[in-house]
Write a protein that binds this ligand. Sequence first.
Ligand code: DAH
Length: 363
Amino acid sequence: VSEYIFDKIDKGLHRLPDHPLGILKAVIENYFTSQHTEKGHFVMFDDLAPVVTTYANFDSVLVPVDHVSRSTNDTYYVTEDTVLRCHTSAHQLELLKNGHRQFLVTGDVYRRDSIDATHFPVFHQVEGVRVFEPHEWESRNISSLELASTELKTTLEGLVRHLFGDCEMRWVDAYFPFTEPSYELEIFFQGEWLEVLGCGVMQSSILDNASLGDRRAWAFGLGLERLAMILFDIPDIRLFWTSDTRFSAQFSAGMFKAGGVGMKKFASYSKYPPCYKDASFWLPDDSSFTENTLCELVRDAAGSLVEEVKLIDEFTNPKLGRTSNCYRFTYRSMERSLTDEEVNKIQEIVRARLESELRVTLR
Ligand code: DAH
């Protein structure tokens, strides 16, 4: 895990009441605080440590042993058996075991990924879980599955109206290892269908492992950045991390209005000019080169000055059996104009590390 990523661990953007992520988290928590169930209200967690065991991150939520998300290409391993959590679902089992029956977990999650205006290796999720007791479905004369899925749908439709106001919604069948059935909830917003969250009825073996074998539960998870970008009109995910007051001064606790209607949205200050750099190279003969690894290297070298990394050309020389890639790197600061000199310096470091660490041959 690079310095650049480790440095993000104690930022706690979702705990800042005047930060767009903190504002959105509060809006979601308020909705669940207003949901009174016979067990009282939801308990909120927002400072569970992001370094978790591979057991918590994967096994406890039934992620198959051969699932891609377990690879070092997708997940940040701290040691062989600890990772930076790649989802807040990592805390489901532990909290159920600790006796919690309805809760939200908000936290920073980490994924190795490509680089563009909507992808950043650290982002934030809200996880929700609610457990039902046998008498709750028995007294209604319905099956436990029916109770959990009906409650799940009405609760989350209410949440979406709380966030987006009146809008068209649809339920789409999905797959998650930890739920069955599983769904995604989509809304029709500003002319397109948009996925808002994933959810489902919790697999009974998770409840079994928490000694809750006779109960039923629902669970959901949503990403805060994408929703905040839409609701507040924030054009680039890197802005969440800026300390520029032209950004932070535009947000304050309590400013949110459902669907952003009648709310002062983010007014973009003018963009600084981008600087493009291309690099062409032969891939090493083994298949060790991946785009995620390239992006990780560029993030480490350029921090948040890199806006996009894009494959623009690829070809294989049939005689040599070698493949060449050409990547375009877009550098742009959110805060100031970059000088040629500093971009050249970054690009030189990237090129040198491409050769020494990713073992490509520059052309
Ligand atoms: N953990 C999932 C993700 O990161 C999101 C999710 C989906 C959480 C369904 C849930 C759930 O609790 O039931 O993509």
